[in-house]
Design a binder for this molecule. Structure first.
Ligand SMILES: *Cc1c(COP(=O)(O)O)cnc(C)c1O
Length: 477
């Protein structure tokens, strides 16, 4: 214990005094009194601990804190606690499916379904016509089968869970043959080999990174083999000197050897987007038609629904998965069921899907429309903030993102802002900290807002915030 410490504790302000200081007094009506007191006590306690560790007068003096400073600290802590941590974001990065930004924004129909279901009880596991217990999986199964041609379907928490459940059910304690070129790592360090290990299945890698032939699979099959697996390398492509085995070929081999074949499509789609200028991405329908016994798809990648893992396939495999105890740990909640059902219904009419699903709308929007929008925004900014910033338009490619279509770069255009009276990083920070947050890219001292991932409905508030911040730039320095 340092000498004179009791003396130094005099440097700590009294709680009553702190509460009267402006940063806290203005919060008196906003937050409950006991929380104001508790936060002040905590800030003071922290300061007391620091003072106790002080070695000498000089250090102690440096730790002296005024009632106003304590009030400021406490107010910041309280504001932080009460502020919603999960906030809406305007995505100006140009990456349409941005995993860090929550992947797919939901279509209005899904939002309406959430609003209808969230505040009430619902028939999640109740058969209304008979008045008896039902199954939560029932709500989506026939719709999924209708859309994809699958015999049966099951929805779990996400696609990683779908892969885990399928492997555990079909191949625990046995071997799964997979091409070395498909042992993908997906964002957030999700690795196929690791998930397989957790499932209890043993991985048998065949071929080389760039080439795998059907004969490689055939040679690897033994009495221990339970499954042939194909993983759609949806977040990267091995280009050039490559050779891959198609799902049709693999299904043929599976038939010959009496083995089930599974395809993990990752960002599979229910709608071929090639007619709309995007590269062909294998659809779930194609995989089912080719005869895959199990197909897994992510709910919130190109499908553009809520986070979910969709398992499609032959009735006997899906039934076995439904009986697996693991399913209980991976099950979806009523909100996911509600949002997914509404999203899937949009796929019953492709024009509807393209018009009403935000991700598909963003991805298929012609670059000329983006350019026209950028020009309109630039013109408004010119009017309002000419003295405060330089406004330009550039044309650069955007990305699909979310581990989807790695080679697809979409033609896009960016609003490029160079502020005169504040640093670009400060402008970017202020944009991120507002509500809604606006996330843009900073490159070489300029702020890039990519129109490809900005929804038209977001433009008004985006413009407003830019004008406010740039006009206030001098004051904000
Ligand atoms: C994204 C992806 C997954 C994981 O899907 P989540 O829904 O993110 O869990 C699994 N496999 C492949 C091939 C993927 O692209």
């Amino acid at each position: 214990m340092a000498q004179g410490q009791n003396n130094w504790l005099r440097f700590l302000p009294a709680v009553d005094k702190v509460l009267l200081e402006e940063p806290l007094s203005r919060l008196r009506d906003k937050y409950p009194h006991h929380l104001l007191v508790r936060t002040v006590q905590e800030v003071i306690a922290e300061q007391r601990d620091a003072l106790k560790k002080a070695r000498g007068e000089e250090e102690a003096l440096a730790l002296k804190i005024s009632p106003y400073q304590v009030a400021e600290k406490a107010a910041a802590i309280l504001d932080n606690i009460f502020k919603q941590s999960l906030r809406p974001v305007i995505n100006a990065t140009g990456i349409v499916l941005h995993t860090n930004l929550g992947r797919a924004p939901l279509p209005d129909d899904a939002v309406k379904a959430l609003q209808a279901i969230a505040p009430s009880y619902c028939n999640l596991e109740y058969a209304l016509s008979e008045g008896v217990r039902g199954s939560r999986y029932h709500h989506l199964e026939s719709l999924l089968c209708f859309l994809t041609g699958a015999e049966a379907a099951l929805v779990v928490n996400n696609n990683a869970a779908a892969v885990l459940l399928a492997l555990n059910t079909l191949a625990a304690g046995k071997e799964v043959v997979v091409s070395r070129g498909q042992l993908v790592e997906i964002g957030g360090s999700f690795r196929i080999p690791e998930v397989m290990k957790q499932s209890g299945a043993r991985l048998v890698e065949v071929g080389t990174t760039n080439k795998t032939y059907l004969s490689d699979y055939r040679r690897a099959v033994s009495s221990e083999t339970a499954l042939l697996l194909k993983v759609h390398t949806s977040n990267y492509r091995i280009v050039g000197f490559t050779s891959d085995v198609s799902i049709e070929e693999l299904v043929g081999l599976g038939r010959e050897l009496g083995l089930p074949v599974m395809e993990d499509l990752g960002s599979g789609v229910f709608l071929d987007l090639a007619p709309y200028g995007l590269p062909h991405e294998p659809t779930a329908q194609e995989s089912i038609k080719a005869g895959a016994g199990v197909v897994t798809v992510s709910g919130d990648k190109l499908l553009s629904g809520p986070q979910a893992g969709i398992i499609l396939g032959k009735r006997n495999y899906i039934d076995a998965m439904k009986k697996n105890q693991l399913t209980r740990a991976l099950r979806v909640d009523k909100l996911t069921v509600a949002a997914l059902e509404a999203t899937l219904k949009l796929y019953l009419q492709p024009e509807n899907a393209l018009e009403k699903i935000p991700v598909l709308k963003l991805l298929t929007c012609p670059v000329e429309s983006l350019l026209a929008r950028a020009e309109a925004l630039a013109a408004r900014l010119e009017e309002e903030v000419r003295q405060h910033a330089t406004i330009q338009i550039e044309r650069e490619e955007a990305l699909v993102g979310g581990g989807s279509m790695p080679q697809a770069s979409l033609p896009s255009c960016q609003l490029v802002i160079t502020p005169h009276h504040m640093s670009t990083s400060n402008l970017a920070y202020k944009l991120r900290m507002g509500t809604p947050a606006i996330v843009a890219r900073v490159k070489q001292g300029r702020l890039y807002l990519d129109l490809r991932s900005i929804q038209q409905s977001e433009e008004k508030v985006l413009l407003q915030r830019l004008i406010e911040l740039l006009q206030g730039g001098e004051a904000l320095q």
